[in-house]
Design a binder for this molecule. Sequence first.
Ligand code: CMX
Length: 154
Amino acid sequence: MSSPPLFSFRNFTFTAKMTMVKKIEHIGIAVADLDQSNKLFSSLLGQAPYKQENVASEGVSTSFFIEDHTKLELLGATNENSPVAKFVSKKGPGMHHIAFAVDDIHAEMKRLKEAGFELLNEQPKEGADQKLICFIHPKSAGGVLVELCQDKPH
Ligand code: CMX
């Protein structure tokens, strides 16, 4: 038997048993200089990045910290058209996005689109760290750039 509705928002009716987002997968931090920031955050966290990856499609180089829990992803722009270059030039370095882990990114994209959230890509894209990703515009998500990510099927 399905759970009774708790509340509705836009086209979405929420019931008690729903848990679409599993956890915060990572927090993205935009940086002006990735090498310098690697040193800063290594010193802050008491550990070196466990992984560094270039994501050409997003125009970023990334470093990941804290492997087994909610990760921290540093994002350095690799070209001037990168969203991260624009962000840093307008706002300076800082918190850039929150990424939520989901099991089925297609289903979540459909659900969120129907609920009125503005998806920034129509199909999942390949992101860093073996993920399929989709971004949601901060203007439709309370001022926060949200990333959905699902582990890429092997
Ligand atoms: N968090 C919160 N608000 C943000 C934001 C962010 N990261 N980036 C932009 N905004 C806000 C701006 O402040 C601006 O608000 P105002 O109109 O009130 O000034 C508004 O969104 C529009 O911003 P903009 O500077 O004009 O930027 P664009 O519209 O050109 O792009 C966005 C914004 C979110 C659509 C673009 O950055 C984007 O497509 N992001 C998704 C892809 C991405 O960020 N890739 C890099 C990370 C990749 C990775 O993690 O691997």
